[in-house]
Ligand binder design. Structure first.
Ligand code: PMP
Length: 362
């Protein structure tokens, strides 16, 4: 028997994570390349200092002030029905939000369904909560065929359906009719989680699933401050759902899971929402330019509503990835065989990426 005596199904498994390499151009984990202004940094520092003065006490377990601020922020995208604080849950990144959902709604004898290719953490949440993982498939263009998806839901009867929109790593947004169709197929037997980690980057005319919350009590919409909000280092993810769903999650969360510092810093950052989100339009325009450029170079490119682009196809994608890295540009070797994913950075970073790709594929 090997040691340490870890659960046998975890033995020898590599922990999840993209390489963290110190290279000049980092376009591998879909971060926002623009950091906060001096004014925002000063406000965040002041909020952290205030929280520091209370560190002998446990933080507000219900993160009341942050919940209200997140509800107000989400209500911008929810159409006529506002998101109320009792509909909001938050945790240390949407990864932890998703784990909470699986802890509360998955588990032994239950199934979580998603559609591949998709975010590679999803099967890990399933494994870690002893939930069976079932992956249906996407179409050639990575879209979801709603009729096929509904048929699979009826066959598998999942307790949780995970639908990223836009999907990672392909960038594909969900068709608006998919949310309602899958919520109806799941009914009261499960929950449908629309993961909008990259939702703010969607193209004009693509609605947020937040608009459908009032119509479907099984619907959960998750978001994060890591991407458009330029707060990956903050670790703050959140969701909106029926209050009975957020209440159920409270049973599985660890007490005081959001530190006083996290709550204070997230609140201060939310007050700077216009600035922190201020580069989203530029990043979307840069994304569309990169898509066009890759196509004129003869690459296949997936339609993207996110801040990254999946492109290919390469007979030896690892060689292309390595060639870019040798030139100081780190992208991600992820997705179906032959494809690579590049995050959208500053114009200078994208120029470096393009120059390196031209050299590597010459
Ligand atoms: N969902 C998707 C689709 C993602 O790509 C990511 C991050 N890569 C996450 C959730 C988790 O992000 P975070 O924990 O930083 O909120």
């Amino acid at each position: 028997m090997s040691w340490p005596p870890i659960r046998p199904e975890l033995a020898g498994i590599e922990p999840y994570g993209a390489p963290q390499l110190d290279v000049p151009v980092q376009l591998n984990v879909n971060e926002n390349p623009y950091g906060p202004s001096a004014e925002c940094i000063a406000d965040i520092a002041a909020a952290a200092a205030q929280a520091a003065a209370t560190l002998n006490r446990y933080p507000d377990r219900e993160f009341t002030a942050l919940r209200s601020a997140l509800a107000a922020y989400l209500s911008r995208d929810s159409g006529a029905a506002p998101v109320t604080p009792d509909m909001v849950w938050a945790a240390n990144g949407s990864n932890e939000v998703m784990l909470h959902l699986l802890q509360a709604f998955g588990g032994p004898g239950r199934t979580v369904l998603s559609f591949a290719p998709t975010y590679s953490m999803y099967p890990e949440y399933a494994r870690d909560t002893h939930t069976e993982w079932v992956a249906g498939s996407r179409e050639e263009d990575f879209s979801l065929d709603v009729d096929k998806a509904r048929a699979l839901v009826e066959e598998v009867r999942p307790s949780v359906v995970l639908l990223p929109s836009p999907n990672n790593p392909t960038g594909t947004a969900l068709r608006p009719e998919a949310v309602g169709a899958l919520c109806e197929a799941v009914g009261d037997h499960g929950i449908v989680v629309v993961d909008e980690a990259y939702g703010e980057f969607r193209r004009t005319g693509v609605p947020s699933a937040l608009e459908s919350l009032a119509d479907h009590r099984s619907l959960v919409v998750t978001r994060t401050m890591s991407k458009a909000f330029a707060g990956a280092g903050l670790r703050l993810g959140y969701l909106a759902a029926h209050p009975a769903i957020t209440d159920a999650i409270r049973v599985v969360r660890l007490p005081y899971h959001l530190s006083a510092v996290t709550q204070a810093v997230a609140l201060a950052a939310l007050e700077h929402a216009p600035e922190l989100l201020g580069k989203v339009d530029e990043l979307r325009a840069e994304r569309d330019r990169v898509v066009d450029w890759l196509r004129t170079r003869g690459h296949e490119v997936a339609e993207s509503d996110a801040n990254y682009v999946l492109f290919g196809r390469f007979a030896d994608r690892h060689a292309v990835w390595q060639g870019l890295l040798d030139r100081g540009v780190l992208i991600r070797e992820v997705g179906p065989d032959g494809w690579l994913r590049v995050s959208i950075g500053t114009p200078d970073e994208m120029t470096a990426f393009k120059n390196a790709l031209v050299e590597v594929t010459a």
